[in-house]
Design a protein around this ligand. Sequence first.
Ligand code: FAD
Length: 362
Amino acid sequence: MNQDYDVVVIGAGIAGLSAAAFISSGARVLVLERESQPAYHSSGRSASVYIEGYENPVVAALTKASGDFFRSPPAGFSDDEILHPRGGLTAAKPGEEAVLAKYIERWGPLCPSLRAADRDETLTLSPILRPESICGGAWDPTWMSIDTHALVLGYQRLLRKNGGTVVANTEITALNRTGLRWTVNTQEQTYQCDTVVNAAGSWAGSIGEMVGLSKPLTPMRRTGIILKAPDEVTSWPLVHMLSGDLYFKPESPGLMVCPGDETPTVACDAQPEELDIAIALDRFQNYTDMPIGRPMHTWAGLRTFAPDRYPILGFDKSATGFFWLAGQGGFGVQTSPEMGRLAGAIVTGKEPVPTELDANRF
Ligand SMILES: Cc1cc2nc3c(=O)[nH]c(=O)nc-3n(C[C@H](O)[C@H](O)[C@H](O)COP(=O)(O)OP(=O)(O)OC[C@H]3O[C@@H](n4cnc5c(N)ncnc54)[C@H](O)[C@@H]3O)c2cc1C
């Protein structure tokens, strides 16, 4: 196998694959993945939702900029639609009227479809909400479900079409700059390249440390639970409590429930904690009157954040040819087309890194 590349991307999650797909239009690209399949970690464990009014204005702009790609990807990218209508209801508890008004005031200008829903409409949009636990809400019909599986396959198709390769079961164990090039060591092989793209998700900090670089990245665990739900569940919107302590959304074959947890942890193969599952089910029972049985499935994944909750992007000024693509938090899927495009444009020198995303801000 060829051991000489322009760019080696570390990690075949949504970040590494999207970047590789774009970079490979003008460079020889190899993606190395430690696990046996792409998207084994965070990218395969997300809620797969597209929300334009999410997290902060920078993330909102990246998400909006990704919308066109999702709606009309390049020819041959996917046989299926990537986005599916869902609708999003943000529900407020009695006493949260002022916070709800502020939420609409904050996101309304960025999301023109967002509007207030009174208590009756909120309960019509989500009939399982307990009337006594709701004072009203905000409705945004533009919230979508993302077919993450199709997206992961599509980025790989694009990469392969451009002559790029993904190699799984391959852990990067050392990185060294020798002369003008990088040497990338795995257990079995040594590769040479001009540019290393660090898209190692929750392990991006450890990859940086291999070359003496440090970034304040914190992996945080989040829990998901699938409950059996009535057949009509498929037409329900995503319901998000304004307080952020619960959301639920249809997820074949049932209803996904998430307690909105953010528990700082080390990078690992995250597993759900019994306590987080119990908290989620307790909240779900308090906010809704849907009967619940034993969860059909539970899981956990890591969302990795920089302190300002903006992604970390661009070449490190202290290490020539070392490119950061990290800190995608809870928005790495919905921002992947624009983050991938930016990575491609910056690595190939066509665009400067946007100041607010610049890896060198830390
Ligand atoms: C419960 C949950 C819900 C979420 N919901 C949403 C949502 O609705 N919408 C949204 O946009 N985002 C959501 N997210 C966030 C999203 O999943 C992440 O932002 C995204 O998956 C991060 O992608 P990544 O490629 O950076 O990381 P990962 O998918 O973790 O990929 C990193 C890869 O690097 C590999 N790697 C690490 N170290 C090495 C090494 N030394 N050698 C080789 N390979 C290595 C890992 O094995 C891994 O496969 C959610 C996350 C969770 C956990």
